[in-house]
Design a protein around this ligand. Structure first.
Ligand code: CTP
Length: 405
């Protein structure tokens, strides 16, 4: 089940050219299972039509005329009362000013004033308007009242100017929406460190030894932890993936850099989810210059790389942090015996074991078939699931351990 399934989102659209992107956002939210009611201001109606949104959400899109229609007396209060989240995207400088001063002169601003749910605002305006002291003051007032801001981003404006004022792209907005909706979840207030991807161990300035980890399971874990309200640090090697909105990203390349980043982040962490494929061996000497063919075939001597989880076990015995440590075992034979040995030697709370010899599980695949082995001896085989569902299950088990502490 998608995280947004059954969530009720009110999407306010105001008069900016970025209104066309709001159509994409409405579509993505609807496809993810959310119920989306759209309110267009008069200005928004100059850029996009209610029909655009109705066609995407399958629901009536509200306009100014509804404010004075037959249902007007219940509409403005009703919409804001039952929603899980009010998103205003794009939000113009004008609407921002109205929100900051409690003005309620159209259906959207009336709804915002009556709303009992959190509000997320995605500003879109020209550089000068966003930077204007009046707008900045309004942003400060609204932030102080708990309104969440997503963006704006820096980039090229419709005016041709370049600077801060572009509305965030819909996939990024979706990430911010998830973050706000999840903030009271089972891991609210918890610090979770996730590692992802395969490390890159240099041979010379152009070559390295890597592995087949895609980072997908780690990124899914980071998203699932954010959905559950956690404060997430994602320590990642280069991947083709976009980090989830709201994660603090620490980029690393080598297992040595990952070790250092993990030890720093774990000092304060409640949870470590060690999904990365760290190198076990690395070149003992890194050539300063590119190895040349004319010098013959190089002999590369390898040395043992540090085992990050074993180092964390040491830290944990001193400081008690992280409280929960989860490992991953990618095995091509004797899955459960090997995973169980790692569970013990690395002093884990549980380990997710997956058989990488199957074509529908493991490296690069979107699905995983995982068995969870717990320190207490319990074994939980999970069916073939997409990596996000595996991540949600792991997060639920972590939350249960923390709750029973
Ligand atoms: N791991 C680690 N440090 C490393 C390598 C791996 O902390 N240098 C972690 C992985 O992130 C994973 C767990 O250890 O959570 C198991 O990794 P895996 O590669 O399956 O096991 P290894 O201990 O490396 O043993 P082997 O390669 O011999 O199977």
């Amino acid at each position: 089940m998608s995280f947004l399934e059954g969530k009720y989102i009110l999407l306010g659209v105001t008069g900016s050219i970025a209104a066309y992107k709001a159509a994409d956002l409405a579509s993505r939210l609807t496809q993810a299972g959310a119920r989306v009611d759209v309110i267009l201001t008069q200005g928004a109606g100059q850029f996009v039509t209610p029909l655009t949104f109705q066609s995407l959400t399958g629901r009536k899109a509200y306009t100014e005329s509804d404010l004075w229609g037959g249902q007007a007396h219940v509409l403005h209060v009703g919409l804001g009362h039952s929603a899980d989240l009010l998103v205003i995207a794009p939000c113009t400088a004008n609407t921002l000013a109205k929100l900051a001063h409690g003005q309620a002169d159209n259906l959207l601003t009336i709804t915002a004033l009556a709303a009992q749910c959190p509000t997320l605002v995605a500003p879109a305006m020209d550089v000068g308007m966003y930077g204007h002291p009046a707008t900045q003051e309004n942003v400060r007032i609204l932030r102080g009242r708990g309104v969440v801001f997503a963006g704006p981003a820096e980039g090229r404006m419709a005016s041709g100017l370049v600077g801060l004022g572009r509305m965030l792209e819909p996939p990024e907005l979706l990430g911010h929406i998830r973050r706000v909706l999840g903030r009271d979840g089972a891991l609210a207030g918890r610090k979770v460190v996730v590692t992802a991807g395969g490390t890159q161990e240099p041979i010379d300035p152009v070559r390295f030894i890597a592995n087949r980890s895609s980072g997908k399971q780690g990124y899914a874990l980071a998203q699932a932890a954010i959905d559950a309200g956690a404060d997430v640090t994602l320590i990642t090697t280069p991947t083709c993936l976009t980090p989830p909105a709201g994660a603090s990203v620490v980029p690393v390349h080598t297992v040595g850099e990952m070790l250092e980043a993990v030890l720093v982040a774990c000092r304060e962490a409640d949870v470590l989810l060690m999904a990365a494929a760290g190198a076990d061996f690395r070149p003992a000497n890194i050539s300063e210059n590119k190895l040349k063919k004319r010098d013959g075939i190089p002999q590369i001597t390898l040395e043992a790389a540090p085992d990050i989880l074993k180092a964390v076990a040491g830290l944990r015995s001193d400081s008690g942090r992280p409280r929960v440590v989860v490992g991953f075992a990618a095995e091509s034979r004797d899955l459960l015996a090997n995973a169980s040995a790692k569970l013990t030697s690395k002093k884990l709370d549980f380990i997710a074991a997956n058989d990488i010899s199957a074509s529908d599980a493991g490296f690069g695949s979107d699905t995983n078939r995982v068995t969870l082995l717990f320190a207490g001896g319990q074994k939980e085989p999970l069916p073939l699931m997409d990596k996000f569902a595996v991540a949600e299950t792991i997060i639920a088990r972590v939350a249960a351990i923390l709750e029973n502490e």
